[in-house]
Design a protein around this ligand. Structure first.
Ligand SMILES: CC(C)(COP(=O)(O)OP(=O)(O)OC[C@H]1O[C@@H](n2cnc3c(N)ncnc32)[C@H](O)[C@@H]1OP(=O)(O)O)[C@@H](O)C(=O)NCCC(=O)NCCS
Length: 186
């Protein structure tokens, strides 16, 4: 079974599916992010930023068409990407929505040739269950790539590089990485 076909069987909650996001999902994505941004768990962005990056997103949707979760895979380099903007609706927490989204995003990463996936999170245990490890230092990036990544205007890349200017955003978060070795490409 692929992550896209994942259901909520273990908890017998109503089923949902994970699908590629559509432009019409931007409002729902913003609604999912808003309360988390208020608590400084995620960063809120303007609608235009979500439209521009909509092809990075997957959403979880109930049979009734309600969007109950979202997550994105942002490519940073040839072998490196970030799972970002991962969110499950409050009323759906603990029913496998986050699990299905992360697995789908990791499949997406493997499919396009990414070997390492980064995330910056308070949800250390959740990501550990998905094979992520706490990053001890910056050795995941060689100095040459590091200097290339410095040219990026993306805030998430700055957070990955642990740059001083984004430290206020990352306070209390843990930087984690997962190696995708062995994950099948479609
Ligand atoms: C992280 C987050 C997306 C997880 O969403 P979720 O849908 O509650 O996650 P899941 O239900 O898949 O997993 C949560 C727990 O429920 C359990 N669970 C219950 N039913 C499950 C099922 N059917 N399938 C898989 N796991 C299930 C899991 O064991 C898991 O336990 P664990 O955390 O100890 O691993 C959610 O907590 C969230 O939105 N957090 C705020 C935003 C955030 O921090 N994002 C990460 C940084 S980008």
């Amino acid at each position: 079974m692929t992550a896209a076909e994942a259901t909520t069987e273990p908890t017998a909650a109503p089923p949902f599916r994970v699908r590629r996001a559509r432009t019409s999902d931007v409002a729902a994505i913003r609604r999912l992010v808003a309360p988390l941004a208020e608590r400084r768990i995620l960063i809120s962005k303007e609608s235009v930023a979500y439209f521009e990056s909509i092809q990075e997103f997957r959403v979880a949707e109930t049979d009734d068409g309600e969007v109950i979760g979202c997550g994105a895979l942002h490519v940073m380099w040839e072998d490196l990407a970030e799972v970002r903007t991962l969110a499950a609706a409050d009323s759906w927490r603990g029913h496998g929505v986050g699990h299905a989204l992360v697995e789908r995003l990791l499949d997406d990463a493997a499919e396009i040739g990414v070997q390492r996936v980064f995330c910056l999170t308070f949800e250390v245990r959740f990501f550990e269950r998905h094979g992520f490890e706490v990053m001890a230092d910056q050795t995941a990036v060689d100095p040459e790539v590091y200097s290339e990544l410095l040219r990026s205007a993306d805030e998430g890349v700055a957070e990955f590089l642990d740059l001083a200017r984004v430290k206020p955003n990352t306070l209390g978060n843990t930087r984690m990485i997962k190696w995708l070795a062995g994950r099948a490409r479609e």
